[in-house]
Design a protein around this ligand. Structure first.
Ligand code: ADP
Ligand code: MG
Length: 317
């Protein structure tokens, strides 16, 4: 099977705030593909141009990039134009999922549970947001990943400061109801009707402090897979997450972040269309729980690589 993929590019690094993580993801994917006999080559999109990418004449590429210019649909559009089959979602689903406000609009229209929100364009919008959402609330730059610029406002008086911090990263800021509960994440493979969830993961961070440092560099955070929840809750989270993935038109693979509140209701936070693939990463952890090794997972994702425009899968919400 490996020979049939031809010359494979592993796109990594890139120019986003998540470059550091992507360098680790790409190195892991490259090593895994090589171990399976794939003719895989690392290609750093942060250091090399699109013209150089075209010159490489890759038969297909594995996208191990996170954030802007890698996960957000721009690169996917370029690969469509170049006619190079690529892993993961197409341009539309990638750009929708990269924007947390657009994502919530689609989910709400599909009747999926996501915390109440307001889109803020300036400090003049803060009073209305507090009125609508109450406190605590959370401010997020809608485009960033990896918890950069995400600030919780515990009290009304914290709201302007939280807004200003988030506003360093984006022009429009997402204010969202804060949900107190358990932090879950769930990986999804496939597309359309065949999309399926892997076992649910619970993330238990010290003092619930799930920030950037803890996510990638701390040994204190615990990951429980399968998450210790009832079969019923696990099934419900899998159902809404697969529907959330389908509603955005995602393909290949992805990972939804979910919070389970104290009443046992699950709330969708976001969908990552090109999640981390480092040694600590969550999709490989979920795959392992069903007997799929890291190289198996890479091969599975690579086997699904294709150009998507013109043959989008039927979307069901
Ligand atoms: N509405 C919310 N209520 C409670 N916690 C939240 C909420 N939104 C985000 N968080 C916390 O912040 C983390 C990062 O938020 P998320 O929307 O997943 O953005 P990203 O992972 O792109 O930085 C979540 O994993 C969760 O711990
Ligand atoms: Mg997240």
């Amino acid at each position: 099977m490996s020979g049939s993929f031809g010359k494979v590019g592993v796109l990594y690094g890139g120019k986003s705030a998540e470059r550091e993580v992507s360098l680790m993801s790409g190195a892991g994917v490259h090593e895994a593909l090589c171990s399976r006999g794939v003719d895989a080559h690392l290609f750093d999109t942060g250091m090399r141009t699109l013209a150089e990418l075209a010159d490489e004449k890759f038969d297909r590429v594995f996208i191990a990039l996170h954030g802007r210019y890698g996960e957000d649909g721009t690169l996917q559009g370029a690969l469509e134009l170049l006619g190079i089959p690529y892993t993961g979602s197409g341009p539309m689903a990638s750009s929708l999922a990269m924007n947390k406000i657009m994502t919530k609009r689609i989910w709400l229209e599909a009747g999926l549970p996501t915390p109440g929100y307001a889109a803020l364009v300036g400090e003049a919008d803060l009073d209305a947001a507090i009125e609508k959402l109450g406190v605590p609330l959370i401010m997020k730059p809608p485009h960033e990943g990896s918890t950069l610029g995400i600030v919780k406002a515990q009290e009304v008086t914290d709201v302007p400061g939280a807004y200003r911090e988030a506003a360093k990263f984006d022009d429009v800021i997402l204010a969202e109801q804060f949900i107190t509960g358990r932090e879950l994440t769930i990986a999804i493979l496939g597309a359309g009707e065949t999309a399926r969830a892997l076992p649910l993961i619970e993330i238990v961070a010290p003092q619930g402090n799930y920030d950037y440092e803890h996510k990638y560099f701390s040994d204190d955070t615990q990951y429980l897979c399968p998450a210790p929840v009832s079969q019923e809750v696990a099934q419900h989270v899998a159902d809404i997450s697969v529907r959330a993935y389908q509603a955005l038109g995602c393909e290949g693979w992805g990972r939804a972040d979910v919070i389970l509140d104290e009443q046992g209701r699950a709330w969708l936070l976001e969908l990552n269309t090109s999640p981390g693939m480092t040694g600590h990463s969550l999709v490989p952890m979920a795959a392992k729980a069903v007997g799929m090794s890291y190289p198996d997972l890479c091969m599975h994702i690579l086997a699904d690589a294709r150009c998507k425009v013109g043959h989008l899968t039927t979307q069901k919400s």
